[in-house]
Design a protein around this ligand. Structure first.
Ligand SMILES: Nc1nc2c(ncn2[C@@H]2O[C@H](COP(=O)(O)OP(=O)(O)OP(=O)(O)O)[C@@H](O)[C@H]2O)c(=O)[nH]1
Ligand SMILES: [Mg+2]
Length: 260
C-alpha cells in the first residue's frame, strides 16, 4: 500500500469526561489529512459528555458517535468502536487528555513507514514530558508489564499505555472478551501471538490525580494480573484465540504479498 494513502481511525472511549472531551476532539481534528474518522463511544456517562460530543459532531463530519446506554467499561467501548472503524491504521485515544493527540503522528510513524504492524506509545521507554505522580501506580504498571513479558516473551516497557496503534488487519479480527480495563492485557497477549512486528515509541504523559478524575484503582490492577494469566495461557489455545491469530496472520501475509 502506498504510504500516502494510509488513513487513520481514532477510537475515543469516554466515560464522564465533560471537562476534556471537547478539547480532545479539537486536538484530534488538528491532525489533518491522515485522519479518516474519530469514533467516540460514550460509555453511559452521567454528565454532559454525550451532549458535548454531539454538539461538535454536528459541525465535524469526521466525528462518528455511538452512545452505550449503560456504563460497560473501556473494553466494551473499544469493542464497539473497533466494529465501526474503517481506517487502514487504528489508534486509541483516551478522552481525559493524559495523552497528547499531537504525538499521534510520532506513534503511527513506524506503521506508516512500513516497519511496524503494531506500535505502543511508551510512558517509560524514554522520559519525555511526564508528570510525577503515584509511585505505587508506577510499580503496578511495571509489575504487570514484567509478568506479561514473561508470558509473551516480548520486551515491552508499558503494556497499560493508552496509545496502541495497529494496522487494521491485525486488530479488526479480534473480538474482545474481557471487561473493565482488560483490553490492554487481552490485546497485548493475543497480538504478540501473531506475526505482527511490534515497535515502541516514547510519549509524554500528562497524568491526572484521583482528585482530578483518575478512576483506575487497585481492583483493576488485580484483574489485570488474572487477565495476563488467562489471555496468555488459556485463550490462545481456544478455538476463538486460534481463529484470531490465523485471521491476523492471513491479513499480514496478504499485505506482504501486495507490497512485494
Ligand atoms: N474509568 C473508566 N473509564 C472508562 C470507562 N468507559 C470508558 N472509559 C474511558 O477510558 C479511558 C481510560 O480511563 P481512565 O479512567 O482514564 O483510566 P486509564 O487512563 O486507563 O488509567 P490511569 O489514567 O492510569 O488511571 C478514558 O477515556 C475513560 O473516559 C469506564 O467504565 N470506566
Ligand atoms: Mg486516564
Amino acid at each position: 500500500m502506498n504510504v500516502q494513502t494510509q488513513t487513520l481511525s481514532v477510537l475515543v472511549p469516554a466515560f464522564n469526561e465533560e471537562h476534556t472531551i471537547v478539547q480532545v476532539l479539537h486536538r484530534l481534528l488538528a491532525l489533518g489529512s491522515v485522519l479518516k474518522e474519530i469514533i467516540v463511544v460514550d460509555d453511559g456517562s452521567g454528565d454532559r459528555t454525550a451532549e458535548q460530543v454531539q454538539e461538535v459532531a454536528t459541525r465535524e463530519p469526521l466525528i462518528r458517535f455511538r452512545r452505550l446506554t449503560t456504563n460497560s467499561g473501556k473494553t466494551a467501548a473499544i469493542r464497539c468502536a473497533l466494529e465501526m472503524a474503517t481506517g487502514d491504521i487504528i489508534i486509541v485515544q483516551d478522552a481525559d487528555l493524559e495523552y497528547d493527540p499531537s504525538e499521534i503522528p510520532d506513534v503511527i510513524a513506524p506503521i506508516v513507514a512500513g516497519h511496524a504492524d503494531v506500535v505502543y506509545g511508551s510512558r517509560f521507554l524514554v522520559r519525555r514530558t511526564t508528570r510525577v505522580l503515584y509511585f505505587y501506580h508506577y510499580l503496578a504498571n511495571v509489575s504487570l508489564t514484567f509478568l506479561s513479558n514473561l508470558l509473551t516473551n516480548r520486551n515491552m516497557s508499558d503494556i497499560e499505555t493508552c496509545y496502541k496503534a495497529f494496522r487494521a488487519g491485525v486488530i479488526k479480527p479480534l473480538r474482545l472478551t474481557s471487561s473493565g480495563f482488560g483490553m490492554e492485557i487481552e490485546i497485548t497477549a493475543l497480538v504478540t501471538k501473531t506475526n505482527a512486528r511490534t515497535y515502541e515509541v516514547p510519549i509524554s504523559y500528562y497524568g491526572r490525580s484521583y482528585e482530578e478524575g483518575k478512576k483506575i484503582g487497585t481492583w483493576d490492577g488485580v484483574m489485570a494480573g488474572l487477565y495476563i494469566l488467562y489471555y496468555n495461557i488459556v485463550v490462545p489455545y481456544l478455538p476463538a484465540g486460534r481463529r484470531y491469530v490465523a485471521e491476523a496472520n492471513a491479513s499480514l501475509a496478504a499485505r506482504e504479498r501486495r507490497d512485494s
